[in-house]
Design a protein around this ligand. Structure first.
Ligand SMILES: [Zn+2]
Length: 335
């Protein structure tokens, strides 16, 4: 009883204790939530702090933009947005890898046109379309397609294709014509990850097979203009012109043109053909050149990527199919 007078017993107020505990928990959760939210706000997407100077080959101006904004315009310019997302992601990684190799800050060699890192000419670097140009092209699908491209670029945040730890020369083209080509047959240097692989399912590509018809006179003029020693004659074309050999891809290795032997790539350039995989038929006063595939045929086939995505492959499987022996890894932080 005595002790009670000094230390009066009070039953513990369980409700108050529980309330206090709950309050403390809520405060702790709120603080933690704030920290996470703040961290999220601060962590910008990978590559967001990297800028690219882009030479607009149609207007001659140079624009500087963020890497991710640029890549969205490249994926939209290079690949139909209706393609499956995994194909668009493969395109985003290939485009990012190609771009990193052009950035001096990353040890790359810039395109140099207009003094810029890269240009919008697809025959030199990569195609690029502004948001406005893409929206005009897409019409009613603009909102959904813009979201899809953002997902392709941000969903592969900062990833590049690497071979032995270094970003690769990520070449790509529209359609290989059934099998891609070794880099050494097109660009004269052998590259271990740019070797021929099968590329099925490309038949929906524009110009997958195409036929270009020339008058005998126009054909002779184009060839003799390029090679003066060819000495083609309209009356002798049937005997003077013949494909001599092909690579495994089907691309022409060598073609006899009167007094000279040219490569398929050279004749493709001289005649403006869709690919170097061609046959030539001389019939009366006409020369018909039939091509298979569209582009140089090296690296990733965009229509082949689409076919793989439709069959269930993800973007890494697509990239690893077309670029032999590569891995996908985060790009280095901005130097
Ligand atoms: Zn260029």
């Amino acid at each position: 009883m005595r002790s009670r007078s000094f230390y009066p017993y009070r039953p513990p107020n369980m409700r108050a204790a529980a309330a206090l505990c709950l309050l403390l928990c809520l405060v702790a959760l709120a603080v933690r939530g704030c920290r996470i939210a703040c961290a999220r706000q601060q962590a910008a997407p990978v590559g967001e702090d990297v800028t690219v100077s882009v030479y607009m080959h149609e207007t001659g101006e140079v624009r500087t933009m963020g890497l991710n904004a640029y890549l969205i315009g490249v994926v939209g310019g290079e690949m139909p947005a209706a393609f499956p997302l995994e194909a668009l992601k493969a395109q985003a990684v290939a485009a990012r890898t190609y771009t990193v190799r052009r950035l001096p800050a990353y040890g790359g060699s810039p395109c140099g046109r207009g003094g810029a890192d890269i240009c919008t000419d697809s025959t030199c670097c990569q195609s690029y379309k502004s948001d406005e140009a893409l929206a005009a092209r897409w019409g009613k699908n603009a909102g959904a397609y813009a979201d899809k491209l953002r997902e392709a670029v941000y969903g592969t945040g900062g990833e590049v294709a690497v071979y032995q730890g270094a970003p690769i020369e990520a070449l790509y083209h529209s359609a290989a014509g059934g099998r891609t080509e070794d880099a050494q047959h097109v660009f004269s240097a052998a590259v271990p990850y740019l070797v021929g692989v099968d590329s099925p399912g490309e038949q929906d590509a524009a110009h997958y097979t195409d036929m270009q018809t020339f008058t005998a006179k126009a054909f002779v003029k184009a060839v003799n203009g390029e090679w003066s020693k060819a000495k083609l004659k309209t009356s002798k074309l049937k005997e003077q012109v013949a494909v001599l050999s092909r690579y495994e891809s089907g691309q022409v290795e060598s073609v006899r043109l009167g007094g000279i032997t040219a490569t398929g790539k050279q004749l493709r350039k001289a005649l403006g053909l869709f690919s170097a995989n061609f046959t030539i038929r001389v019939e009366g006063d006409e020369v018909t050149v039939t091509t298979k595939g569209y582009g140089h045929g090296v690296g990733m086939s965009q229509y082949g990527a689409r076919a793989m995505a439709l069959e269930g492959s993800d973007y890494i499987e697509i990239l690893q199919h077309y670029y032999t022996g590569i891995n996908v890894a985060p790009m280095a932080p901005r130097p």
